[in-house]
Design a protein around this ligand. Structure first.
Ligand SMILES: [Zn+2]
Length: 493
């Protein structure tokens, strides 16, 4: 982090690439441990992303790096390993053909904190890293340490099999994704950009395989995020006179702020179908058949009803409009004193086609009160560009998904959150946000929550997924086969 100048910082980020680790000891127990034990071991490092950089336990990240070097000896012997900005990792597996643009696989080693109030609700201690009854338990198992393990394990196995990639690939592990990723993935992207690297594609976390979420569709849906919403925080401030609560004026700072928030609630952003969501719906309604298919095929006629239906469920409502919600509110300290200032922080998730200016205009028009100051706080992330799906790389991804999860329906979709992928938009137009884990409505609730856990079976599938994805996108023979299969794969839609 920029707040902690260290020797590592100077050596790794500004200096020439260094190999971070000495030759690992391949005789350790770690190297022979199964993937589940390796994931459990990673959980034990408390790599929590704190909003306040002083709260980061940086030594935990360093210990995690040292563990990876022991647990994946071949990777650390054969790939170039760079420590970026002290706590993030960039692995380079050089390909034979230097003309091919590299592919970057992105994951993150940090996790969200465990709320003190919820600690007692955990069946297993969140950082104990236990493997029990077919599950690896603990904070970070679903988001996102299993992908770190899956990628490294996949590469370790490919190295063992003597695989040599045709195309260069990177494994990029940021250390602060949960607080925006500026210091991790942001610096990795800068590092690559300074070397003039352009990427063929980025594979990051994002959507996943969803089971039982759409009525009328039996198959699990492999939702591939081909676009992401933008984000922005707005600070509303009302200043006033203060005074004693026994003689309040007709309007107070808290009252004015409350009315503003209420008006925002009553004036949501306009719903509309973006090209991405329209494409997802077309695939889904074709499968659902009946009135759904009919309505979508005649979208012009049924537009109003379709949008109304989608806005009734909050999971689909976020796909059709910019959403705004107050997340932090403050004003007042004492029961008999009128606060001179009241503030509210609004978190805004922006749909493509809108931007900071259109959001500000909407907020001002909705509030219609000059006494409420509106200003941006922190970074603005615009909505992402949309990744095309008529490309060989999407076909390769789709083929890989179907190879690993044969019964799923692959659906490109809008990802309503934000991930480290946003830092790589200058390096490629092919960004895919897809995590190879199957989630149900219930298990999705475990992410960032108590009792987060991942089944050992899902972990094994994800290793197999990344092994296949690397062979299909960075190997030589697989690419030719894929080119031949293009039509049948696309036709399977
Ligand atoms: Zn994550």
């Amino acid at each position: 982090m920029k707040y902690f100048l260290s020797l590592f910082f100077c050596l790794s980020f500004f200096g020439s690439p260094i190999t971070a680790f000495s030759t690992p000891d391949s005789t350790t127990v770690d190297a022979r441990a199964g993937a589940a034990e390796k994931l459990a071991a990673l959980v034990r490092y408390e790599t929590v992303s704190a909003t306040d950089p002083a709260q980061f336990k940086y030594a935990e990240f360093e210990k995690l790096h040292a563990y990876l070097a022991k647990a994946f000896p071949l990777v650390h012997e054969r790939l170039q390993v760079e420590v970026i900005n002290s706590y993030s990792l960039l692995y380079t597996w050089a390909g034979q053909d230097k003309h091919l643009k590299p592919i970057l696989f992105s994951a993150h080693t940090d996790v969200v904190p465990v709320e003190a109030a919820s600690a007692a609700a955990w069946q297993e201690q969140p950082f104990a890293g236990k493997v029990k009854e077919g599950y690896v338990w603990g904070r970070g198992t679903m988001d996102d340490k299993y992908r770190v393990i899956a990628m490294l394990e996949a590469v370790e196995r490919l190295l063992k099999q003597g695989h040599e990639p045709e195309r260069t690939l990177y494994l990029a592990f940021g250390h602060d994704e949960e607080i925006g990723g500026e210091e991790g993935a942001g610096k990795i992207a800068q590092h690559l950009e300074q070397q003039g690297v352009q990427l063929e594609a980025v594979f990051d976390e994002g959507l996943a395989i969803a089971e039982g979420v759409v009525p009328g569709i039996q198959e699990p849906l492999a939702l591939v995020g081909t676009a992401a919403k933008g984000s922005l925080n707005l600070l509303l401030t009302v200043n006033g006179g203060g005074g004693h609560s026994s003689a309040p004026p007709a309007e107070t700072t808290i009252g004015i702020l409350s009315s503003a928030i209420q008006r925002l609630h009553e004036n949501p952003f306009r719903p509309r179908l973006t090209a991405t969501t329209r494409a997802s719906l077309e695939i889904l309604t074709e499968r659902m058949g009946g009135k759904y298919r009919f309505a979508m095929r005649h979208y012009g006629l049924f537009k109003g009803r379709i949008l109304k239906k989608l806005s009734e469920d909050r999971a689909t409502d976020v796909l059709i409009r910019t959403k705004l919600v107050p997340t932090v509110i403050s004003g007042g300290e004492k029961s008999n004193v009128l606060p001179r200032q009241a503030t509210a922080l609004l978190n805004v998730r922006i749909l493509s086609g809108e931007d900071e200016q259109t959001v500000l205009r909407h907020v001002r028009q909705a509030i219609q009160d000059e006494r409420v100051q509106i200003e941006r706080q922190g970074e603005y992330t615009p909505p992402s560009p949309v990744t095309a799906t008529d490309t060989w790389i999407f076909v390769a991804l789709k083929a890989t998904i179907l190879e690993t999860f044969p019964d799923v329906l692959v659906v490109p979709a809008l990802f309503p959150g934000g991930t480290d992928a946003k830092h790589y938009t200058n390096l490629t137009s092919n960004i895919f946000r897809f995590a190879p884990q199957t989630v149900t409505r219930e298990s999705a609730q475990l992410i960032h929550n108590v009792n987060e856990r991942l089944s050992v079976e899902v972990l094994e599938q994800s290793i197999s997924f990344y092994g296949t994805l690397i062979r299909n996108t960075c190997g030589s023979t697989a690419l030719e086969q894929l080119a031949d299969n293009d039509e049948s794969i696309l036709g399977a839609e």
